[in-house]
Design a protein around this ligand. Structure first.
Ligand code: S3P
Length: 430
């Protein structure tokens, strides 16, 4: 139980939020399949990414942690070995789904599991196409839920997959399995999801072609490069301070080196439609990704907006904190086409609606989103994170403007993506 109340304080100062979770996972995975040396700077040392690191060490990867950098000495995509034990990926959906793709191409037996939240998340979205490629994948409830048992094949079949979801995890899992076949491998999505896998595969020398919403592996599928990757700050973590600063009178924060990959910047487009005072400074490219500094100031007159369709995958992880932002805007904000939120670390439609209403907001639940009535004063109250890091951080940010304290059942889950969240928050409070 944690009691938070920061009413009357504002957020002031400069902050580099921790590094991007999606990219940090991929550094370990692709670096281990690479033939060559990868130096990773600003690796995110959160529980999810450390679980990926541990898993690849169990699979035989050679990773040295210098304290400031990770050095991965890759011995090629055929160098992984059968793990001696069950691999526990904790809370991390990205780890289990992307690793399923890699392990589909390994001619050995492996078992992937996770915490009680991960074991309730659907895996058929990757198991179905990976089985079509020739891997044997078993799981609970007819193969749907972890623990997953994977018996891979040295040579998989190709696939032309029309993904029913705009999901980078599904797309990436198939592309990674596709490294273990010479046949056609292509994925078409209904809308563009984050493209870090494609970018990083290219940086390692793999041919990846893109045609509209279709991504296809080309002829060269060997990763062979000596690379230095500097991981930018995660916009999904910056989101909490973006919203915190926008809703808290007197705030002004400079968020440094935030990833501005266009598949990730939906929150900035939404904020801009709402009239938010955000300036992007010092736009630049770092390790193949766009990066910039965000100057965010308190904005008293925010306007409601509609968030739907192709914009959803570009801000999927930010929706709980965007819903909080919408409680302070003029008018009714509608979020739809976001049913995917129901199968995240928690059912984020339910956890967001219940919690915001518990602290005095007026939010209506939709099957695929929510309607948020704006300009509601938040009073505070007792809430639950549902064991979900992003819900815990959203509620902590809410406590900047609630009349009374916000009492949260647990906040340890923040270490999934942002272990220093509360230190950073208290540093910016003044
Ligand atoms: C991620 C993809 C997204 C996102 C998750 C990270 C990734 O999930 O929600 O936090 O790193 O590929 P989906 O691809 O399932 O939408």
């Amino acid at each position: 139980m944690v009691t938070l109340h920061f009413k009357g304080k504002k957020l002031k100062g400069e902050l580099r939020v921790p590094s991007d979770k999606s990219i940090s996972h991929r550094c370990i995975m692709l670096g281990s399949l690479n033939r060559g040396e990868v130096v990773v700077k600003h690796f995110l040392r959160s529980e999810d990414c450390l679980n990926t690191l541990k898993a690849f060490v169990e699979l035989g990867a050679d990773v040295t942690d210098t304290g400031t950098e990770l050095i991965i000495k890759g011995k090629g995509k055929r160098s992984l070995k059968e793990p001696f034990n069950v691999i526990d990926l904790g809370n991390s959906g990205t780890s289990i789904r992307l690793m399923a793709g890699i392990l589909a191409g390994q001619p050995f037996y492996s078992v992937l599991t996770g915490d009680r939240y991960l074991r309730r998340r659907p895996m058929d979205r990757v198991a179905v196409p990976l089985r079509m490629m020739g891997a044997q994948i078993y799981g609970r409830e007819g193969g749907k839920y972890p623990p997953l048992t994977i018996i891979g094949k040295e040579k998989l079949r190709g696939i032309s997959y029309k993904s029913p979801k705009a999901s980078a995890q599904v797309k990436s899992s198939i592309l990674l399995a596709g490294l273990f076949t010479d046949e056609t491998v292509e994925v078409t999505e209904p809308a563009k999801s984050r493209d870090h896998t494609e970018r990083m595969l290219r940086a390692f020398g793999v041919d990846v072609e893109e045609n509209g919403l279709t991504v296809r592996l080309g002829k060269n599928r060997e990763l062979a490069a000596d690379l230095e990757i500097d991981v930018p700050a995660d916009i999904s973590s910056a989101a909490f301070f973006i919203v915190g600063a926008l809703i808290t009178p007197g705030s002004e924060v400079l968020l440094k080196s935030v990833i501005l990959n266009p598949t990730r910047t939906g929150i900035l487009d939404v904020a801009s439609r709402m009239g938010a005072d955000i300036t992007v400074l010092n736009r630049r490219s770092v390790s193949g990704e766009e990066v910039g500094d965000l100057l965010v100031r308190f904005t008293p007159h925010l306007k409601a907006t509609v968030i739907e369709g192709e914009e959803i995958p570009r801000l999927i992880d930010e929706l709980p904190v965007i819903a909080l932002l919408a409680t302070q805007a003029e008018g009714e904000t509608v979020i739809r086409d976001a049913a995917e939120l129901r199968v995240k670390e928690s059912d984020r439609i339910k956890s967001t609606v219940e919690n915001l209403n518990a602290i005095g907001a007026c939010v209506e639940e939709l099957p695929d989103g929510m309607v948020i009535r704006g300009k509601t004063p938040l009073k505070g109250g007792t809430v639950s994170s549902f064991g979900d890091h992003r819900i815990a951080m959203t509620l902590a940010v809410a406590s900047l403007i609630t009349e009374e304290p916000v009492v949260i059942d647990e906040v340890d889950s923040v270490s999934t993506s942002y272990p220093s969240f509360f230190d950073d928050l208290s540093r910016l409070l003044s």
